[in-house]
Write a protein that binds this ligand. Structure first.
Ligand code: SF4
Ligand code: SF4
Length: 479
């Protein structure tokens, strides 16, 4: 750039952590620590423009040698903290049409033995249209699904299968056969498959637990906290709460499954927002290794929907656990609050998303009928089907889904600094709320930005005060 051309500030979110200043540079999705001199340059440019020489001169007044000042300006330009006045934000490239799959979610059944009132599969907001389709996946469809994953993931040595339902364990005999088949198929190609499943835990038995442990199958249990909270909505068809049935099974699982951490996944709903109490119960009383929370995905007029004050209360409680997470990290210990660790993992990797998640891209769902969906939440939905494992991916439908969900097409997000991580939010939630999978989830932007800022400050503080933790963290998460 010529000496006389003018600079302005780039697009970033500034934050502090551990007494240091950082910039989260949005177009790069990257974090940079800045010292007081760089901060002075940034401050100098706030709301203004200045030439390189003017910026250099300003630094020289702070006792900088000319060459050092010029170098600092160039460094700031290189990380895009400052940019030429007429620089335009480069749109993110669309992913290539043959983007290799990483994960397949296999909905082994669309049947469930619970009737959780908020369920996106059976509740009032369901998108599935299962009538006339098989209720349980058969072995041929399952084998076809495994083959489909292996064929569509070329270039990846390791891929992942998640077993899902309905209630996954209602089709446990098939799950066992799939593990055997998939391992053999992968080994024949010198590749590997990693497995996980999500369950409501009602059907866990010692034999199932032993199988899951022996085969290193990761387990996530859907559970909403202590009995008074869990039993509000996680009920059997007759209305009876499921806590008493699952509690001994969950304890046996945590005790008996020795090869992978066991995670609880909590759905927050109106009246079930006591995040800290839920965390303590699941982590400390029951012994889950990790606990993650997600507000229910639903239309705002449902009785179990969380209103804005409720979401603010959730955020306050998230902050309490986030503070604890930081204390643990500074002592070099892992904390089990996955809402922080998932974001820290993304920040560590410098993700800059074109889409909010892998749905329809590296991730696909397949239902008992063999229909392919963008993810497990769209399985069995005729509207969202993207082909069948017998005939392959319907590329036109996939392209349409991915184009609509691409950040470039979410205009409201283009000025948002949280977009490298959020990218508009869950496609399924967007469909439920706005009737379009490509619509940004604008109902929670302030919430997302607050939470992202919290995680950035945690990340900054850890990197300033205990950077070894981040290395250990990355190693443990295989980042
Ligand atoms: S949905 Fe909201 S928070 Fe997310 S990227 Fe778009 S504007 Fe930002
Ligand atoms: S669309 Fe939503 S539910 Fe599906 S994988 Fe993405 S974030 Fe998850």
């Amino acid at each position: 750039m010529s000496a006389g051309a003018a600079y302005r500030l780039g697009e970033f979110h500034s934050f502090e952590g551990g007494g240091r200043k950082f910039l989260y540079v949005v177009p790069a999705g990257a974090i940079f620590e800045i010292d007081s001199d760089a901060a002075a340059v940034v401050g100098e440019l706030a709301g203004k423009r200045a030439t390189r020489e003017e910026l250099v001169a300003g630094l020289m007044q702070r006792d900088f040698a000319y060459n050092d000042a010029a170098e600092l300006i160039d460094e700031l330009a290189q990380v895009r903290a400052i940019v030429p006045v007429h620089a335009e934000t480069e749109p993110l490239e669309p992913p290539p049409p043959d983007f290799p799959m990483q994960s397949l979610v296999m909905n082994l059944t669309n049947q469930c033995n619970l009737s959780c009132q908020y369920c996106y599969e059976f509740g009032e907001d369901k998108v599935a249209t299962p009538d006339g389709k098989p209720k349980f996946m058969d072995i041929e469809t399952a084998k076809g699904s495994v083959n489909f994953l292996l064929e569509n993931s070329s270039g990846r040595r390791a891929v992942h299968i998640t077993f899902f339902g309905g209630e996954t364990l209602m089709n446990f005999p098939l799950l066992k056969r799939v593990v055997t088949y998939a391992n053999a198929r992968a080994a024949a190609k010198s590749r590997s498959i990693d497995f996980s499943l999500t369950t409501n835990a009602t059907l866990l038995t010692p034999a199932i637990i032993e199988f899951l442990s022996e085969n290193r199958i990761g387990v996530t249990v859907s559970m909403d906290g202590p009995p008074d909270l869990h039993n509000k909505l996680r009920v059997f068809a007759n209305g009876r709460g499921s806590y008493d049935v699952i509690e001994p099974r969950v304890k046996a699982l945590i005790h008996g499954h020795r090869t992978r951490p066991i995670t609880a996944r909590v759905t927050l709903t109106n009246g079930v927002t006591d995040v800290v109490r839920i965390y303590r119960h699941l982590k400390d009383d029951l012994g889950f290794h990790e606990v993650g929370f997600a507000p229910v995905t639903t239309s705002p007029d449902r009785l179990y929907a969380i209103n804005e004050p409720g979401m603010n209360g959730v955020l306050e409680q998230f902050h309490i656990l986030a503070g604890e997470y930081l204390e643990y990290a500074l002592r070099g210990e892992m904390h089990g609050f996955t809402n922080v660790s998932d974001t820290i993992a993304e920040l560590y990797q410098g993700v800059n998303k074109s889409h909010p998640c892998g749905a329809g891209l590296g991730l696909m769902g397949v239902g008992p009928s063999g229909d392919i969906a963008p993810c497990h939440r769209f399985v069995d939905s005729d509207t969202h089907a993207m082909g069948n494992i017998a005939t392959g991916v319907d590329r036109a439908k996939q392209t349409d889904f991915l184009q609509r969900g691409h950040i470039n097409n979410k205009y409201e997000c283009h000025t948002c600094w949280a977009r490298p991580l959020c990218a508009g939010g869950c496609h399924h939630e967007a469909f439920v709320r706005y009737g379009d999978t490509g619509h940004p989830n604008l109902h929670y932007c302030d919430w997302i930005r607050d939470w992202t800022d919290t995680c950035l400050r945690i990340f900054g503080t850890i990197s300033a005060e205990n950077p070894e933790f981040l290395e250990k963290f990355a190693e443990r998460k295989a980042l």
